[in-house]
Design a protein around this ligand. Structure first.
Ligand code: ADP
Ligand code: 5GP
Length: 219
């Protein structure tokens, strides 16, 4: 391991709460998946949803699929860190895993919409880094929703209408990535993560590290 990587590992830091939002179909699930595969220190926040499970999805891995009644009882018991209605269904972030990750200094990845991002910023401003993913064109967005072939034409039309409302919130985000070429977009997301991990205020362990430098005896 290069010396700098070893030093980075020994300097204790706060966990990074990385929020990815985009209009449906712009590629945030794909980018999230790549990030989780390439960077095992990230843990995905698995949301609750009341929408129907897609054929490719696994309960407990992609989402916790719950009834409307179950969602409401979790909400009323204050078990949700944020929640929102998106495309006519409810989506929410369970509170407990996030609080645990924060307490343990682990990194967490959120694939949530602008309403969820806004609520998390209000609650954990110092810990949140947010990236908005844009499609290169609306035509391409429509093409991707169709090629994903997991939703009916009616659902795709509703998602496209909703895309305009989602895109209008792009300015609330710290970073914006246009997902034209997937590899290039992913490299940009990785660059954000690398830079944000180096932020001084996210690395309380630097105090000890620097003190060690100052105290080091040279002969
Ligand atoms: P989202 O999570 O934002 O709804 P997905 O990650 O499911 O979007 O991507 C929608 C579809 O577009 C998927 O079929 C995915 O494989 C494809 N896709 C993602 N990024 C690109 C890209 N840069 N170029 C072409 N297709 C892409
Ligand atoms: P999908 O149905 O395509 O999986 O997701 C639809 C939208 O809901 C996406 O914009 C996704 O980011 C958002 N979403 C997923 N989980 C959550 C969540 O826990 N909270 C909020 N606010 N939005 C979510």
């Amino acid at each position: 391991m290069p010396a700098t990587a070893a030093i980075d590992r020994t300097v204790r830091r706060r966990g990074l709460m990385l929020v990815l939002s985009s209009p449906s179909g712009a590629g945030k699930s794909t980018i999230s998946r790549n990030l989780l595969e390439s960077d095992p220190s990230f843990e995905l926040s698995i949301s609750i949803t009341t929408r129907a499970r897609r054929a490719s999805e696994i309960d407990g891995r992609h989402y916790h699929f719950r009834s409307r009644r179950e969602f409401e009882s979790m909400r009323d018991a204050d078990e949700l860190l944020e929640w929102a209605e998106v495309h006519g269904n409810f989506y929410a972030t369970p509170r407990a895993p996030v609080e645990k990750a924060l307490a343990e200094g682990r990194d967490m990845l959120f694939d949530i919409d602008w309403q969820g991002a806004e609520q998390l910023r209000e609650k954990m401003r110092a810990d949140i880094v947010s990236i908005f993913i844009l499609p290169p064109t609306m035509r391409e967005l429509k093409g991707r929703l169709r090629r994903r072939a997991e939703d009916t034409e009616e659902v795709i039309a509703a998602r496209l209408r909703n895309a305009l409302a989602e895109i209008r919130h792009w300015r609330d985000y710290d970073y914006v990535v246009v997902n034209d070429d997937l590899d290039a977009a992913f490299a940009q997301v990785e660059a954000v993560v690398t830079a944000e991990r180096l932020r001084r205020d996210r690395r309380p362990g630097l105090f000890d590290f620097v003190q060690g430098l100052l105290d080091e005896k040279l002969d």
